[in-house]
Design a protein around this ligand. Structure first.
Ligand SMILES: NC(=O)c1ccc[n+]([C@@H]2O[C@H](COP(=O)([O-])OP(=O)(O)OC[C@H]3O[C@@H](n4cnc5c(N)ncnc54)[C@H](OP(=O)(O)O)[C@@H]3O)[C@@H](O)[C@H]2O)c1
Length: 354
């Protein structure tokens, strides 16, 4: 489960603190103006989808919120599209309380694509008007809004010719696949990888990235997604509903587990000696892996603008493509969460902001 990774998560909520500070500054300015007899200046606002409490989808409120302002090393991005990920509804539901607490009201959303509206002090790589995309740190978020703060380190130039919707569909899940396959598992040319849930947000990037690396790719998917996953480059697709994957897959070098539940521990049987399972969603029993002479690791994706720039180049060269199955307006964030919670999303869901 993701919440096993929560001890790694910092609990400081820098953006929300910043908004609180901004609110205080704005209030002080209004008081100051009032004493001189001028009309009060309202603080700058924007539309955002925020939660005021944890709970079901009805907690997502489309409303006015303070417009943030970039601090040192930060960009203010005019958000054009925001990607939706399972972590969004998991946080909204309160699943991560105790490890990842948000000060309310909180703006969720960790994937954005848009244009730089303003740069903070010291920003060197970006300027006003640049098109950027980014995965925002989990302890900050803020993507479901007309404007979001993105640190210079999180941002990358948007791939040329890519639209904002597809760009917003990319960062969190493509970075997850990249980091699991290449940083943790060290997947190499000629190796074989089993990607669980090859049709999902992470899985559809993992299949393409592994193929680009020159690996042989086996993926699991339901029959309805089999052709889609093959079109991404998978050499073999196993209908996990019809076949127990461990009965037909043997001796792989790497397993990427994006499913969790019993899929995690059952996967120990498909690895060759010395092979590795990387899980982003499971609760592996280390003994089950050790007794077979295989390794197991869990990974929590980290923002990384440099890696995202490399991913962007692969999109430009046509080696990988984000797949968006559903676009919704920002105000329909609750519908997007409902779809994500179904666990049946092909590729990605994206909210169109402006
Ligand atoms: N630790 C991290 O850093 C990190 C990062 C990203 C995501 N995650 C977590 O990883 C999980 C996956 O994320 P995601 O964005 O890829 O989710 P997603 O896009 O919602 O995944 C949906 C896909 O999962 C497939 N699926 C469902 N059950 C399956 C099964 N038993 N076997 C094979 N495929 C199955 C579905 O395909 P069918 O309809 O064909 O079944 C669907 O296409 C989530 O729990 C998420 O929170 C963790």
């Amino acid at each position: 489960m993701d919440n096993q990774l929560l001890p790694c998560l910092p609990t400081s909520l820098s953006k929300l603190s910043r908004l609180a500070v901004l609110g205080a500054v704005a209030a002080a300015a209004v008081i100051g103006l009032g004493t001189h007899g001028a009309a009060p200046v309202p603080p700058a606002t924007m539309k955002a989808v925020r939660i005021h409490d944890y709970g079901d989808g009805s907690k997502l409120v489309f409303e006015d919120a303070p417009k943030p302002s970039p601090a040192k090393g930060e960009l203010l991005v005019k958000v054009k599209a925001a990607g939706v990920n399972p972590v969004d509804w998991k946080i909204r539901s309160g699943m991560f309380r105790g490890g990842l607490e948000f000060t309310m009201p909180a703006t969720l959303g960790f994937d954005v694509a848009g244009e730089v509206a303003e740069v903070g002090e010291g920003v060197k790589r970006f300027k006003e008007g640049d098109k950027v995309f980014a995965y925002l740190a989990l302890n900050r978020g803020g993507g479901y809004a007309e404007y979001a703060i993105v640190t210079e380190k999180e941002a990358a130039a948007m791939p040329k010719e890519l639209d904002f919707v597809k760009a917003a569909a990319t960062p969190l899940t493509a970075l997850t696949a990249w980091q699991c396959l290449f940083d943790v598992a060290k997947l190499g040319k000629g190796q074989t990888v089993l990607v669980h849930a090859g049709a999902g947000g992470v899985g559809h990037f993992a299949v393409q990235l592994a193929k680009w690396k020159g690996a042989r790719v086996i993926a699991t998917a339901s029959a309805a997604n089999s052709e889609f996953v093959k079109s991404l480059g998978a050499d073999e697709v196993i209908d996990y509903k019809a076949v127990r994957f461990e009965e037909v897959v043997k001796e792989v070098d790497v397993v990427l587990d994006t499913v969790g539940e019993d899929t995690t521990n059952r996967s120990a049987a498909v690895l060759k000696k010395g092979g590795i399972l990387v899980s982003i969603a499971g609760d592996p029993d280390p003994a089950k892996f050790a007794e077979r002479g295989v390794r197991v690791a869990m990974h929590l994706v980290e923002p990384n603008g440099e890696q995202l720039a490399k991913i962007g180049k692969l999109i430009e060269s046509g080696d990988i493509k984000p797949h968006v199955s559903q676009e919704l307006p920002l105000k329909d964030a609750a519908k997007a969460h409902q779809q994500s919670e179904s666990g049946r999303t092909r590729g990605k869901i994206v909210l169109v902001v402006g």
